[in-house]
Design a protein around this ligand. Sequence first.
Ligand code: IMP
Length: 203
Amino acid sequence: MKIVLASHNAGKQKEMAPILEQFGVELVLQSDLGLHIDVEETGSTFRENALLKAQAVMRQTNMPAISDDSGLMVDALNGAPGVYTARYGGEGLTDEQRYRLLLSALIGQTNRAAHFYSCIVCAFPSGEVLTAQGVCDGTIAFAPMGAGGFGYDPIFFVPALRKTFAQMTPEEKNGVSHRAKALAAFRSEFEKYCREKNIHVDE
Ligand code: IMP
């Protein structure tokens, strides 16, 4: 089954495509369909924002559309930046400027606990919606480490692997990440949905 990704984030595309492929889903990029919509994230929760993005793209394409809304919650900042992770520090900053700002906000702070959260929503033209979520617990490093990945990867440290996301191979990150966990939960929802509707995924 072909599902359109409601995102222009190349980092998310790279992580999601190989996982979805494992259960017969071909991820189609908006750009491959000549679609360049940018949906305003006006929701107050990850789920609301994921739903806004997936439904907008599903309506434009009349195809199932999947979106990920994700963010970083830092304990010492009472869960911030949360749904505002992509906009942390305001408009027009680079990923590096944003994570450096977060590092400055935590100077002198010994509680470095943080959690990356992902909400996956898939919206079908029939109006049906599947939702799944995943969390990865970690800490905010004292300085950026590693060159892989995207976004806040250089400062998100996972104690179990003793590496930041940016120091992991794509396979390692997909073994522990919030998005990979959300996609694993999505897989069971999706397979149940397909069984109930008698849909053959490889068609
Ligand atoms: P969204 O596109 O609204 O979901 O924005 C998510 C924000 O969280 C962006 O700033 C992303 O860079 C960041 N983000 C989400 N997932 C990850 C990740 O796996 N690694 C690093 N940053 C991430």
